[in-house]
Structures are given as structure tokens and as C-alpha cells.
Design a protein around this ligand. Structure first.
Ligand code: CAA
Length: 383
């Protein structure tokens, strides 16, 4: 496994860092306060090539691989986790269409996603009654002449109200369980597609989370992605990669909070010495730095396997489980080091503490990651 980034990976990481510091940092707190979705920022990220880092070049992407993508996402999340999640989901959708779409679907949808013209991509899998168990979905696709009619409700859809391109999962055969699920490509603003509600969340205020209502949304036969009945496997495949994205997002948030804690501990004096010189504080920071590196190594391992075309479901689940759980603790420590100041909106650790919480929930809860890991361990034992 490669530990040192290549020149190309470093360049992409630097580009993301420079954009995050110059363009995102000055307005991140205001975006959070006002709940402003980063439309312009996403377009600029598209122009910089940061919406399609791991997308093939012939579709407008950078074809720079999963490690480069993870490093870039960490830099964005360190400064603005809301922007990072929109990038992560857009990348997941673009990669999925690039991987399994027909030539016509690839050219119709992917370039717009990676250039930023489509603003964002959305992954419409979850439903009010079907979150951890997506096979229990109730959205139905009924066959009509030349296409399909989609009806149902989708829940917790990141960028759902903003996305120019959505992948929507629906049952095409109710009796077939997960083998009756099909993925469809739907354009934002399609007739019959409306926003039921926008969630008011604890954090990630610059990211929108929509309930989407599909009331007879009509799509052609050419909107079926990857074959009728093949949708569940596609969702699982995409989520394996998505989990590397969320692990990266969590690492970025935690790194931002921890670096703020380092600075604060170096400036703040109590009992005549800086906080760094107090062993109680030094021990907390030492633990946090170690967990952060361990999370990074797990994430790089999953990214390396994916990049090499090997199986990586278990490793992605381990990376997401560990990185997101530890990122939560690291943000808590960073806030604690700041004392009362950390609890105020004057310091960015307060936002990091709120934003990081959901990384243990979306794209598969920690409990689902443990289930994926345990099942794979059992399968190995039974071999
Ligand atoms: N890759 C490819 N195929 C896979 C797979 C993978 N990682 N995991 C399972 N499959 C296949 C299996 O091989 C099986 O195929 P066959 O029927 O052909 O044998 C099929 O899928 C069913 O597998 P399981 O029996 O293991 O399925 P399950 O119902 O027990 O579920 C699960 C497994 C891992 C728990 C899965 O349901 C899961 O990941 N749940 C969490 C869902 C999730 O992450 N939701 C978040 C949605 S997105 C979001 O958060 C919002 C957003 O905006 C981003």
C-alpha cells in the first residue's frame, strides 16, 4: 500500500486546499448560519476539476484515482463539511453512471455532473420506512408504453432539491424482494418530482437534505441504469465507494478541529503555562492525533484497493466505522480543549462538533458497517 502521495495526488490535494482556504473559509460560518447551499462554489469546484477527480477523462473527469479523490475531499471537509458532502454525493453518482451506464447515458449525464453545470448529483435510495434496509422500499415503477412511471417518497436525500441529476431507486417487481429493485436516471425538475420538505438539521446547514415526492414521474426506457432488477447491487456498489468519501469527510472535519485545538493550546495560558504544557491536555491531543492517523491509514487502504480494482467492501466499512467514530471523539476533545470558548459560535470547533455527528449515520450507520464487517469475517471463517 502506497503511503506517500504521488506528485499528481499532491497537486490535486494542494488545489483543493488552496480553494478551501481562499474561497470556502471566509464564508463557511455564514453559509452555516444562513443555511445557504453552495451553488456557485460547486460550479467553481467543477471548473477546477474537483467534482470528477475519479471520473474517466473522456467524460470530463480527472481520472486521478480514489486516493487523490479522498485527499481532495479531506481538504474541503476540513474547512466546510457541507460543501464536502455535496461533492461526495455528486462524485458517487457520476462514478456510478460512468461505471455502469450505457454510452448514451454516460455522455448525457456525467459531463454535466463533473463540470458543475448540473450543480450536484443526488442518490435517492432511502425512504421514510426504509433507511438501513433499503430492500424494504415502497417507491414503485410501473411499466408504461416506452418507459416507466415512478411514484413514492424518498427521504434524507442530500442535495435532493438542488440536483440536476438524480439516481432514483424503485421497485419494478414487488414480489422479487431486492431483485425487484431498479435504478432510474431522473433529471432535477422533472414533472411530478417535488420537494416534500427540507430537513432542519443539527449541522451541515449549508447542505440540503430533502424529502422528495415522486407523483407519476415519467421516464423513458433509456432511463434504466444497469438493467431492470439490478438496482440493489448497484446501490451497494456505489455505497462501498461512498463510504470512502464519508470516511474522508469525517477525517477532514476532525483534522480541522484538531489543528484549531493545537493552535489554541499553544496560545492559551493557564497556571502560567500554555495548555500544551499541561499533561492532561497533551494526552488528549496525543490520543486524537493517533486516532486521526489510524483513520487515515484505513481510508487509504480502502482507497488503494478500490483503485487497484480489488474488492474493498469490508475495508471501506472498517474505514467509515473507525474514521467517523473517532472523528466524533476528536471533535469533542478539540471543543473541550477550547473550554467555554469552544461552545460558542466564535470558534469553528462548535460547527465541526455539529457537522461531524451525521457521518456516523449517513451512507450506512456505524451499526450497518459493523454488520458488513461481521458478515465478511463470518464468510471467511466458513471458507
Ligand atoms: N457490492 C455488490 N453487491 C452486494 C454488496 C456489495 N457491497 N453487498 C451486497 N450485495 C449483493 C449481495 O451479493 C446479494 O446479491 P444476490 O442476491 O445476487 O446474492 C444482494 O446484494 C443482497 O445482499 P444482502 O442479502 O447482504 O442484503 P441485505 O438486505 O442483507 O443488506 C446491507 C445488506 C449491507 C445491510 C445493506 O442493506 C446496506 O448497506 N444498508 C445500509 C444502506 C445505506 O447505506 N443507506 C444510506 C443511503 S444513502 C444516504 O445516506 C443519503 C445520501 O444522500 C447520501
Amino acid at each position: 500500500m502506497q503511503l506517500e502521495p504521488t506528485e499528481e495526488q499532491r497537486l490535486i490535494q494542494r488545489t483543493a486546499r488552496e480553494f478551501a482556504e481562499r474561497r470556502l473559509a471566509p464564508s463557511a460560518a455564514a453559509r452555516d448560519r444562513d443555511g445557504r447551499f453552495p451553488v456557485e462554489e460547486l460550479r467553481e469546484l467543477g471548473q477546477l476539476g474537483l467534482l470528477g477527480v475519479n471520473v474517466p477523462e473522456d467524460l470530463g473527469g480527472g481520472a486521478a484515482g480514489v486516493i487523490a479523490y479522498s485527499l481532495a475531499l479531506q481538504e474541503l471537509a476540513k474547512v466546510d463539511a457541507s460543501v464536502a458532502v455535496a461533492v461526495s454525493v455528486t462524485n458517487m453518482v457520476a462514478e456510478l453512471i460512468a461505471a455502469v451506464g450505457t454510452p448514451a447515458q454516460r455522455t448525457a449525464y456525467v459531463p454535466g455532473l463533473v463540470s458543475g453545470a448540473a450543480v450536484a448529483g443526488a442518490f435517492a435510495l432511502s425512504e421514510p420506512q426504509a433507511g438501513s434496509d433499503p430492500a424494504g422500499m415502497r417507491t414503485i415503477a410501473t411499466k408504461v408504453d416506452g418507459g416507466w412511471r415512478l411514484s413514492g417518497t424518498k427521504q434524507w436525500i442530500t442535495s435532493g432539491d438542488r440536483a440536476g441529476v438524480l439516481v432514483v431507486w424503485a421497485m419494478t417487481d414487488l414480489a422479487a424482494g431486492h431483485k425487484g429493485i431498479t435504478a432510474f436516471l431522473v433529471r432535477g425538475g422533472a414533472p411530478g418530482l417535488t420537494v416534500g420538505r427540507l430537513e432542519e438539521k443539527m449541522g451541515l446547514h449549508g447542505s440540503s437534505t430533502a424529502q422528495l415526492v415522486l407523483d407519476g414521474v415519467e421516464v423513458g426506457d433509456d432511463a434504466v441504469l444497469g438493467g431492470v432488477g439490478g438496482g440493489f447491487r448497484l446501490a451497494m456498489m456505489a455505497l462501498d465507494g461512498g463510504r470512502i468519501g464519508i470516511a474522508s469527510q469525517a477525517l477532514g472535519i476532525a483534522r480541522g478541529a484538531l489543528e484549531a485545538a493545537y493552535r489554541y493550546a499553544g496560545e492559551r495560558e493557564q497556571f502560567g503555562v500554555t495548555l500544551w504544557k499541561h499533561q492532561a491536555i497533551g494526552n488528549m491531543l496525543a490520543d486524537a492525533a493517533t486516532w486521526l492517523d489510524a483513520g487515515l491509514l484505513l481510508t487509504l487502504r480502502a482507497a488503494s484497493l478500490k483503485e487497484a480494482g480489488q474488492r474493498f467492501s469490508t475495508e471501506a466499512a472498517m474505514a467509515k466505522l473507525y474514521a467517523t467514530e473517532k472523528a466524533g471523539t476528536i471533535c469533542d476533545i478539540a471543543l473541550q480543549v477550547h473550554g467555554g470558548y469552544g461552545y460558542t459560535t466564535d470558534f469553528p470547533v462548535e460547527r465541526a462538533y455539529r457537522d461531524v455527528r451525521v457521518t456516523r449515520i449517513y451512507e450506512g450507520t456505524s451499526e450497518i458497517q459493523r454488520l458488513v464487517i461481521a458478515r465478511s469475517l463470518l464468510a471467511r471463517m466458513e471458507k
